[in-house]
Design a protein around this ligand. Sequence first.
Ligand SMILES: Cc1cc2nc3c(=O)[nH]c(=O)nc-3n(C[C@H](O)[C@H](O)[C@H](O)COP(=O)(O)OP(=O)(O)OC[C@H]3O[C@@H](n4cnc5c(N)ncnc54)[C@H](O)[C@@H]3O)c2cc1C
Ligand code: SF4
Ligand code: SF4
Length: 420
Amino acid sequence: MMGRLPDSIESITQARLCTGCGVCAHLHPDRLQMADVPDVGRRPLPIVGVTGPTTGAGVAACPGRELSHPVGSLDDAPFHGEWGPVLDLYECWAADPVLRHRGSSGGVVSALAAHAIEAGIAVGALQVRASQEDPLRNETVLNRSREDIVTATGSRYSPASPCERLDLVEDAEGPCVVVGKPCDIAGTRKAAEQRAALADKVAVTLGIFCAGTPSTEATRSVVADLGIDPDTVKRLDYRGEGWPGEFRVETHDGRRASTSYADSWGKLTKHRQWRCLICPDHTGEFADLSIGDPWYRPVTDEEGGRSLVVVRTERGRRLLESALAGGALEGAPLSMDKLPASQPNLESTRGAVWGRVQSMRLLGMPTPRFRGMPSFRLWWKLPLRAKLTSTLGTARRIFVRGLKRPEFEPREVGSRGRTR
Ligand SMILES: Cc1cc2nc3c(=O)[nH]c(=O)nc-3n(C[C@H](O)[C@H](O)[C@H](O)COP(=O)(O)OP(=O)(O)OC[C@H]3O[C@@H](n4cnc5c(N)ncnc54)[C@H](O)[C@@H]3O)c2cc1C
Ligand code: SF4
Ligand code: SF4
């Protein structure tokens, strides 16, 4: 898809095309710092005293602005390339009962990261976890042991910018695992294409399926709906300890409250950033392995969690086979049809994205460039009502929600150097 492409980080964010991955802040640490913009998400803000727009490496690596598969690379891919490169499909779970129980689905991401370190494939794993200072926010760390990895199990359905800490990978003494949402992994890959020092240190990338990132305020409002003051929360889990498990909070004075995964996600999803609604890659097409929920059949909280694993590259296949052979993972191959059957909503969303982007372009809005990511056929498969919602409905939404206006009031942030 071609459109008016913004040419600086500031114009990308103002046009609501930023995913919040943080890769531009990694590439321009003296100009940009990631910060949580209320009701929006994490955004790269100019550091006080920086003048002029940020262009160059960060723009080239930005996954919000552009995503593309090389011409012809998906010619032989299953599903007409609409699910990206798919070499094989597996259903797996962590052999370690702690990782499986605490994990979002089968604890497979955590088990793969731990196996990579213990088998000497990697020295660490770049992962997002709840901030130790403020459990309603997230932080990115380089975990170096199974004990560290346990602290990062589970999904954080709130803003996180793992790529802002790619410096930890670049400065590590050996190769690392990088875990992230599809946009985080695409940003990592694009940055590695520009920087040999980073490429040398990325052992393998693990992408988690992602339907979208809700704002921090969305989490606060789900907590408030449970009768808990968000400022008193000591620990917050979005799911896990069951499959899918419940949204659970615990306060400093020991009070606990919870609600179902369906109820919490139903509320959070209304607060996803706009860029997520025009995201064509919800399944980590640029990762070596991508992992989600095998929801091709009903599941219960009583059964042990399982994860769907999409093998995207030979490098990913080697890690998966090593983890299965080494006893870190259990599971087996799955027939390809279980991929769309597991995530029918993500398939229809990709169709709707085609219609939404056309509407944005017709209304003169800056649009991202997506190449080699077929989606028109999925739009064509949508029922008439969904086709109209994705086009005319989007046009209406653009005016009603004022989406042509900048996403937030520009402002500067505190200090030079990376946020720790
Ligand atoms: C915002 C969001 C939306 C999602 N939407 C879907 C969906 O529509 N369909 C689906 O099947 N799955 C979705 N997932 C993924 C799913 O929740 C599980 O993460 C996935 O099944 C892997 O489970 P696991 O038990 O193998 O991973 P675990 O072993 O629990 O490990 C999870 C890993 O994800 C990392 N992580 C958690 N939150 C974030 C974050 N916000 N940003 C970057 N990294 C993070 C952690 O650091 C950890 O390494 C979503 C996850 C997120 C964060
Ligand atoms: S998507 Fe990532 S690289 Fe692009 S502007 Fe946002 S934080 Fe920066
Ligand atoms: S929906 Fe797409 S753009 Fe949004 S956070 Fe997920 S992968 Fe990134």
